[in-house]
Design a binder for this molecule. Structure first.
Ligand code: G3P
Ligand code: MG
Length: 255
């Protein structure tokens, strides 16, 4: 599979300002709004099915209550994951990772798969998600980029699927980021835009490491970050932020 080209804008949780996050409707919206890549969060149902979901609890983004990890896939599949966002999305379901992969492949969307395990399920989440990826993601499409705040997921991914590029995901950029990248064999660095300083962006760029920043929803700051040398910005607002990304070409990851 070809190594991926990172675009300046990546749809966050699909297209989180336009459609319910981490749903198939959100992936379609991201594509319609012009995103070339999307990011989404993956965790497991109680019975081990990888699904798209950000929170450990169901309350915010579905009509369910309680912990995601307590419900088997059959029960999760009954929940509404769209009505909370708007009545036009009533009936939208929690997608399985498999469904999301199939749709992204069909739409030609590049993907950043953020492994976001429920507490205590890091290894199982990594194993199951990678197994699905291996089985479903078509040969010939650019490789998915795997990232996680749970760095043991990255270590296991390096072991199980060394061919897949990995992104080191963190909040504040730690001083020792080069060592951390090396430790987990990561090709990209993903950090919060909230705290990053221009000097840090310059240092990462000088090291030749793609820097991906979340979550940037205002065009002004987006333009400043791209000009400062950020490679990609995760955004909920694809059209608005995408408008300032013109002129910032995609960056190919070293294969
Ligand atoms: O992967 C980038 C970003 O999604 C990380 O934060 O909480 O939105 O998953 P969060
Ligand atoms: Mg995420």
């Amino acid at each position: 599979m070809p190594s991926p080209e990172l675009p300046p804008i990546i749809g966050h949780r699909g297209a989180a300002a336009a459609a319910p996050e981490n749903t198939l409707a959100g992936l379609r919206a991201a594509h319609r709004l012009g995103a070339r890549w999307v990011e989404f969060d993956v965790k497991l149902s109680q019975d081990g099915v990888p699904i798209l979901m950000h929170d450990d609890r169901l309350n915010r983004t579905t009509n369910g209550r309680g912990k995601v990890a307590k419900l088997p896939m059959a029960a999760l599949a009954e929940l509404d994951a769209g009505a909370w966002f708007g009545p036009q999305f009533t009936g939208e379901r929690i997608p399985t990772f498999e469904q999301a992969l199939d749709l992204c492949a069909e739409l030609g969307l590049g993907i950043n798969v953020e492994l976001k395990p429920c507490p205590g399920r890091a290894d199982e989440t990594t194993r199951r998600a990678l197994a699905v990826l291996r089985e479903r993601w078509p040969q010939g499409l650019p490789l998915p980029l795997i990232s996680s705040f749970e760095h043991r997921c990255l270590a296991l991914a390096a072991e199980l699927a060394p061919e897949l590029p990995r992104g080191y995901l963190c909040g504040r950029l730690a001083r020792n980021w080069p060592a951390e990248l090396a430790r987990y064999g990561c090709q990209t660095l993903h950090a919060s835009a909230r705290w990053v300083r221009q000097s840090q962006i310059a240092a990462v760029q000088a090291a030749g490491v793609p820097l991906l920043l979340y979550t940037v929803n205002e065009p002004g700051p987006a333009q400043a970050l791209l000009r400062a040398g950020a490679t990609s910005l995760f955004t909920d607002r694809i059209s608005e932020v995408g408008a300032v990304a013109a002129g910032h070409g995609p960056e190919r990851l070293a294969g």
